[in-house]
Design a protein. Sequence first.
Length: 278
Amino acid sequence: MKLAGQTAIVTGASRGLGLAVASAMRREGADLLLVARSEVLLRAYTHLLAAAAPGQAGQQAHAFAADLRDPDAPRAILAEARRLWPRLDILVNNAAIGGPIGPLADNDWDAWRDTIQVNLLAPAELCKLAIQWMRESGGGRIVNLSGGGAAGPRPNFSAYGAAKCALVRLTETIARETAEQGIRVNAVAPGAMDTEMLREAQKSGLEPASVTVDPKIAAELIVYLASEESAGITGKLISAVWDPWRTLHARAADLNGTDVYTLRRILPEERGKAWGGE
């Protein structure tokens, strides 16, 4: 079991990818603190999770209701985790909202700011608090969820894209800051999944239809990055669908010190353009 005896916080855990991650981590032996807005849904799914994946003797699955629109939510989540456990091994920042749809000039500004709060500021503070705790016990792993707009423009979804792009760059930055502290930080691009967020975007007519993927694939990648199997891999944005992540640990030495699987600026010569000075 890859995560036996490990403690893990998973946000957005009451449905979709978050629920798939919780299920996968429980099967691998982790003790869980599942976070979402609805306490009713969380408790229902915690019971279902225990029935579907009974786990090992003494294995824990706790529920904690919190709305990441509330600036106090990250501190409340970490306080609950500290009440439950002497250490934190894993943080999965999965919770997100789609935000306003349409051109920036026409967006509701309160909704735009809410999207930045939920998709960037709350995960950033959870990272900050988790790192402070992980340093006390010698290390840990953080996995942040990327999304559409992180690696390229996503018109009509400016708040979501801006937040996710910033979250990936934050991932790369704090991975370097914590590399000597036994903490690994990576981001996952899960691919298009059949979620309420995607359906809402497609109903607007501004999001093209796309082939969806099983969230279990991204959940497997998150477990991989949360386990010691991926030791040496940090500061990367990895696609659950397109990248050969199942064997990436064999290439960890090659990845270190390169810009592979990172955000970067493309130079003219890389596209065959001779724009240099005379």
